[in-house]
Design a protein. Sequence first.
Length: 231
Amino acid sequence: MNICYNVPMSQETIFITKGGMKQTYKLEPLKCPLCLEIFLPKHPRTVYCNTMECNRKRYTKQGKQIRDKLIAQLPKQNCKICSKEYKPRAQNNKGICNDFNCRYEYKIQQNKEYKQDRPRDRNRLKHHLKPFNLTVEEYEAMEEYQDHSCKICGIHKSLNAKDKNGAPKRLSIDHDHETMQIRGLLCSLCNTALGSFKDNIEFLENAIRYLKGSKSSKKYISRKKISKKIS
């Protein structure tokens, strides 16, 4: 037990009641049940000392007691997943029992509903537009100018490649990697193709000549394939 020798042995304190009567109490030193230190109370009903650590412990203990009483009054419910009756352990229970499989299944359902309600969040789009110093309104204006289609192949954004959730991806922002000048909106395939050619015009012209010349070329076609086509 910690004893503080600076604490006076006793003290008389006068309290005035609501009716205006004066009452004198002789306050004796007490031992705090939490920190076990001797202190002189300021009121005859005081139990704990007034240090910050003891107040924190006291409020935590009182809050837990109140929560336990409220939880004990909660009625039993049926689980939304397994339909079993259970006793909730918290006031904010979502109707799911404490079984791990039920809680996991409910979390998956929540994620699906969230993605269906908000397939393309504006905050997520803002994150992608931030490196280009574009606003969502400017991006939407670019989409309308291009009729919501790719600037190269003309495919509509609804027919663009799909993400892992099965929703069409947004049109990608094509830009010059040296000057950061925005050139337009492209689908995933065209944007990947330009990136593979490293935005080199000479490579693209060689690819065009190669495709045009390969239509009439039979130099690398095997005889088996030719015989199948003839037959």
